[in-house]
Design a protein around this ligand. Structure first.
Ligand SMILES: NC(=O)c1ccc[n+]([C@@H]2O[C@H](COP(=O)([O-])OP(=O)(O)OC[C@H]3O[C@@H](n4cnc5c(N)ncnc54)[C@H](O)[C@@H]3O)[C@@H](O)[C@H]2O)c1
Ligand SMILES: O=C(O)[C@H](O)CO
Length: 320
């Protein structure tokens, strides 16, 4: 039996790669740097499957360059780099990797809040510099956490916060009765901004959420507020965040995602003393990244053989 022709825009985890090799003839980009667009379009000319590593932009142009494409799989839950409507128009199912990364990402998100509140990273820097002294933070116990985007990950963050004795409020596009039964109270976005001691953002990036944290929103927050963003950088207006931190309009920010990303070492945000940034490592544990790669491989192989994808975003697609 002839093998499916598949393009990988970067290297993936060995277990998933082995699964692909059993059924596919793969072209894989191993660098250096990201796969050049021209090279990608050239490779896609006869490809049946695209395994998207590194959030390569999928748009009408790419789909037009790939007339035989029958499936796209991506090893992430966020898919703001994918024009899903164009995929649907072209009859190409697209699969992401929801669920398997929830607990790891919630750990990192809550870890950022805890580290910012208790200055864990600052304490370690002091110790390394030979300065054994007390660095003061703030209690999380008894404080109010506002979750913006209480989906799979936001809800897992809320569980962790509740276990630490925090009160949970949330704002979402749709209300979540199960989480409300667990003690999360739904509030308007404005009420969340004005009453939260800590705010965690976990909304997908879309036309609705781009820039939803800007000057107006930071001005409404408490001057003692802690702000954590683990969703996507452009959900936050970076200049407005810089101003809010620099002018002490809010107390502290902790980010796993930035705009621009990667953030250059000479960016003004990095000169502030009330910020903590990690390099987009929310899901980056060995176990979780391996599970994400396996699920992406399952999506790809299902699409190639004309079966429904285990986790398909555009479920209404008419398969080619
Ligand atoms: N930092 C990381 O490494 C990392 C890891 C995984 C996911 N993420 C990001 O987190 C996002 C959320 O992931 P998830 O698995 O929890 O997704 P999800 O779909 O389960 O949850 C997202 C929630 O946000 C809500 N929402 C959407 N738009 C909104 C808006 N404009 N205002 C208010 N609420 C809105 C939805 O109703 C949904 O409940 C992903 O889209 C991705 O961008 C980042
Ligand atoms: O969306 C996701 O899954 C994470 O940001 C990793 O890319």
């Amino acid at each position: 039996m002839s093998k499916y022709k598949v393009v990988l825009t970067g290297t993936t985890w060995p277990e998933a790669y082995e699964k692909l090799l059993e059924q596919c003839e793969v072209k894989v980009w191993e660098g250096p740097g990201p796969l050049p667009r021209d090279q990608l379009l050239d490779w896609l000319a006869d490809a049946e499957g695209l395994f998207n590593v590194g959030h390569v932009k999928v748009d009408e142009e790419l789909l037009d360059a790939a007339p035989n494409l029958r499936v796209i799989a991506q090893s992430s839950v966020g898919y703001d780099n994918i024009d899903v409507e164009a995929c649907t128009r072209k009859g190409v199912p697209f699969g992401n990797t929801p669920g398997v990364l929830v607990e790891a990402t919630a750990d990192l998100t809550f870890g950022l809040l805890l580290s910012a509140a208790r200055r864990i990273h600052e304490g370690w820097e002091l110790v390394k510099a030979g300065q054994w002294r007390t660095v003061y933070g703030t209690d999380l116990y008894g404080k109010t956490l506002g979750v913006v985007g209480l989906g799979d990950i936001g809800s897992a963050v809320a569980r962790r916060a509740k276990a630490c004795g925090m009160n949970i409020i949330y704002h979402n596009r749709t209300r979540r009765p199960n989480d409300e039964q667990e003690g999360a109270t739904y509030v308007s976005f404005d009420e969340l901004l004005t009453t939260s001691d800590c705010i965690v953002c976990l909304v997908p990036l879309s036309n609705h959420s781009r820039g939803m944290f800007s000057k107006e929103q930071f001005n409404k927050m408490k001057p003692t507020a802690y702000f954590v963003n683990a969703s996507r950088g452009p959900v936050v207006d970076t200049q407005a965040l810089y101003d809010a931190l620099q002018q002490n309009k809010i107390a502290y920010a902790a980010l796993d995602v930035t705009d621009p990303e990667p953030i250059p070492a000479d960016h003004p945000l990095l000169s502030l003393s009330n910020i903590l940034i990690t390099p987009h490592i929310g899901s980056a544990t060995y176990e979780t990244r391996n599970s994400m790669a396996n699920l992406a491989a399952e999506n790809l192989l299902a699409g190639l053989s004309g079966k429904p994808l285990p986790t398909c975003v555009n479920q209404s697609v008419n398969y080619k």
